[in-house]
Design a protein around this ligand. Structure first.
Ligand code: DAH
Length: 343
């Protein structure tokens, strides 16, 4: 450095200062800011080198050049500090933004599933009748045509046996059907148990209907059967009244309306008075003596009653469900409202 004029020394310092200013000001992150400081204020920077060799300058130049150098260094250090503060703030903001948690977002819930309303009402009905001393009997869904029809006094030419209603199982000679009602379980019960018989037979049933608002090819029924000494229609009516009150509410009454079923004589439809009107709920009657005889029950000693209703229909009436598909399609939005559990 010695031998240079004061002007050229000042000019050199000015060049280092301007270059440093530019580098510091244009640093856009902490990384580049640090390397800018390294190159313009660090040990190997022009300004640092000049400071180190101040001692070799002419005595008259030491003070003024030292002062200018000091000012340039201070200026660049200040600039660095200011830029450091700005870029640190910027970095912190970016980190906070990138790690932001939106507490208003909906939780991702893993539904645990729920008990389907059909299962619930099935259990509810079982509880009601177990409380009355009944037992629950179950039969197969794939049933012999004899139990599903013949033993129930449904003749070979009965319309319910036609191809339109019944799912017949191939080969036809197998004489197997998907049961069209739970009534064959009555027969199974009477063939295997001696009276007194007090049972309900819940289960899935099948008919070749198209799925629409009021029909479904797979549905559920519950059958009731009592065979004992001295059983009369009054017992049937009392039982249905009690059943209706348990399911629909204390102020509900049942009414019997004359009807026809091959397996009962006399037969009736069960209506309930609910929400201000009579609604058909199921079928019932005194077990036809022909059916009792088929099952080897002494009709001189025993009589019985039976009833059967659809579970989907029971749910629809009780909960004002207008479309049966809501029940059979298993949509959780429905199950959660009418069933149990699973959020
Ligand atoms: N099995 C009949 C049906 O599916 C319902 C029924 C009616 C059952 C009268 C009965 C009864 O036990 O007595 O339509």
């Amino acid at each position: 450095m010695s031998g240079k004029s004061e002007e050229s020394l000042r000019a050199e310092i000015e060049v280092g200062r301007v270059a440093g200013e530019k580098a510091l000001a244009s640093a856009t992150d902490l990384e580049t800011l640090k390397s800018a400081k390294q190159s313009h204020l660090g040990e190997k920077s022009a300004i640092a080198k000049m400071s180190q060799s101040l001692g070799s300058l002419d005595a008259s130049l030491k003070a003024p050049i030292g002062k200018v150098l000091g000012e340039a260094r201070n200026h660049l250090n200040e600039l660095f500090d200011r830029r450091l503060a700005e870029l640190t703030l910027q970095r912190d903001r970016e980190v906070i933004e990138s790690e932001r948690v939106d507490v208003t977002l909906p939780l991702r819930r893993n539904p645990q599933g729920g008990i389907h309303p059909l299962t619930l009402i099935d259990q509810e009905i079982a509880d009601i009748f177990i409380g009355l001393g009944y037992r629950v009997m179950e039969g197969p869904e794939l049933e012999s045509a004899w139990l599903n029809f013949d033993a129930l006094n449904i003749p070979a030419d009965h319309p319910a046996r036609t191809m339109q209603d019944t799912f017949f199982i191939e080969p036809i000679e197998s004489n197997l059907v998907l049961r069209t009602h739970t009534s064959p379980t009555q027969i199974r019960t009477m063939l295997t148990q001696d009276p007194p018989i007090y049972v309900i037979c819940p289960g899935r049933t099948f008919r070749s209907d198209e799925l629409d608002a009021t029909h479904t090819p797979v549905f559920s029924q519950v059958e009731g059967l009592v065979v004992d000494e001295g059983i009369s229609m009054a017992d049937l009516k009392g039982t249905l009244d009690y059943f209706a009150k348990q399911i629909f509410g204390e102020d509900v009454v049942a009414r019997l309306r004359p009807s026809y079923f091959p397996f009962t004589e006399p037969s009736a439809e069960v209506d309930i008075f609910f929400n201000g009107r009579w609604i058909e709920w199921g079928g019932c009657g005194m077990v036809n003596p022909r059916v009792l005889e088929t099952c080897g029950i002494d009709t001189a000693k025993y009589s019985g009653f039976a009833f059967g209703m659809g579970l989907e229909r029971t749910l629809m009436v009780r909960h004002q469900v207008t479309d049966i598909r809501a029940i059979v399609e298993g949509d959780l939005r429905f199950t959660r409202r009418f069933g149990m559990g699973g959020r």
